[in-house]
Design a protein around this ligand. Structure first.
Ligand code: MG
Length: 374
């Protein structure tokens, strides 16, 4: 993607947080990027405005984020070189598969497709030759840090976690936290589901699985370190003891811009650090007893097959039940553990992923009812 060449981009999930920030980046780099198709959800008014601004024809600006087949059609668009998949949920999996299967660059923000559908995505990547570039800030950081050495020189990968609003609290204190407490995230401004995931550290657990799928390292070589300032996003430790870290202020436009054009960087700075104001960087080990969701994610990742899909589906049900006031915050991990305990099979195709997700939700719902009735 050298200078003077325009890259055609399909943007799936254009009206959400990642989608609108991606359009911010593209708006400032019109000589480099052209939007050829847009997919959004119910916000048809914003979708229509985006289509008008970026000259996307009506039939390629679709309100179809709940339609996996339509998303996959757009992802396979013959004119596109890059597909940015920022759809939320498993509806994004066929689009992920289609983009990689057609040999395109996939800038992936739809983490569910990679976490729950890991084996399916791995096959599409292998068969189609498409390149998978992470949009998630931690994985983008690791992607950048990995450039400092050879693959067999990597000792371990470190993902940083802000620790969420309950960092440093014990299990006893966590028994009484409310929905409002859990929604008050200290550094990143995100949606309700992901903010709750951040408070339980499930978000980081899902990212550990994502890192395993993206970069292929064993779970023993992927560690989480709590870093409340959210300035260091990820690190790679090499065999000679050198650790490479990527630092920037929390601004998703940086990893989005890099995912669109890597290895080239944007000529515009998002999240540069003002060293006169940055006082300190703190790091601490995560407390796996107080935040069992992180341990559950490692367990599910190591089990492989459908276990990560079970973890992901059960967690969604558990978080929704917590937000509805039906189970306490500590109940989220209990519900997920119950769903995982019933076992998991293999995942070979999209249908297997959807079936595992259905089973996970059924099990989690039963676990919620049991607790809500108690
Ligand atoms: Mg992240």
């Amino acid at each position: 993607m050298s200078a003077g060449v325009t890259t055609n981009v399909v943007l799936l999930g254009s009206t959400g947080s990642i989608g609108t920030q991606a359009l911010d980046v593209i708006r400032d780099h019109r000589e480099r990027y052209r939007v050829v198709a847009l997919a959004a959800g119910r916000n048809t008014e914003l979708l229509a405005r985006q289509a008008a601004e970026f000259d996307v024809p009506d039939d390629l600006a679709r309100s179809c984020v709940d339609d996996p087949g339509a998303l996959a059609d757009l992802a396979a668009h013959s004119d596109a070189q890059v597909v940015l998949n920022a759809v939320v949920g498993l509806a994004g999996l066929p689009a992920t598969q289609a983009a990689l299967g057609h040999g395109k660059r996939l800038a992936l923000a739809n983490k569910e497709s990679l976490i729950a559908g890991g084996p399916v995505v791995a096959r599409a990547r292998q068969d189609g030759g498409g390149e998978l570039v992470p949009v998630d800030s931690e994985h983008s950081a690791v992607y950048q840090a990995l450039r400092a050495g050879k693959r067999d020189e990597v000792r371990r990968v470190l993902l940083t976690a802000s620790g969420g609003p309950f960092r440093g609290r014990s299990g006893g204190e966590l028994a009484r936290v409310t929905v409002a407490d859990a929604l008050a995230h200290p550094t990143w401004n995100m949606g309700a589901k992901i903010t709750i995931d951040s408070s339980t550290l499930m978000n980081k657990g899902l990212e550990v699985i994502e890192a395993h799928e993206l970069f292929g390292f064993d779970f023993d070589r992927i560690d989480v370190i709590v870093h409340p300032q959210s300035i260091v996003h990820g690190m790679v430790e090499f065999t000679d003891g050198a650790t490479m870290a990527q630092l920037s202020l929390p601004d998703m436009r940086l990893p989005i811009g890099l995912a669109l054009g890597a290895p080239d960087r944007l000529d515009e700075a998002f999240g540069p650090i003002d060293w006169s104001r940055l006082g300190r960087l703190d790091f601490e080990q995560p407390d796996l007893d107080a935040f069992p969701c992180l341990r559950l994610a490692y367990d599910a990742g190591r089990a492989g097959g459908a276990a990560p899909a079970i973890l992901n589906g059960a967690n969604e049900v558990a978080v929704a039940a917590f937000l509805d006031g039906r189970i306490p915050w500590l109940g989220i991990a209990d519900v997920v553990a119950d769903a995982l305990q019933a076992g998991s099979g293999n995942v070979d195709a999209v249908e297997d992923v959807l079936e595992a997700d259905r089973v996970a939700r059924e099990r989690a719902q039963a676990a919620v009812e049991k607790r809500a009735a108690a």
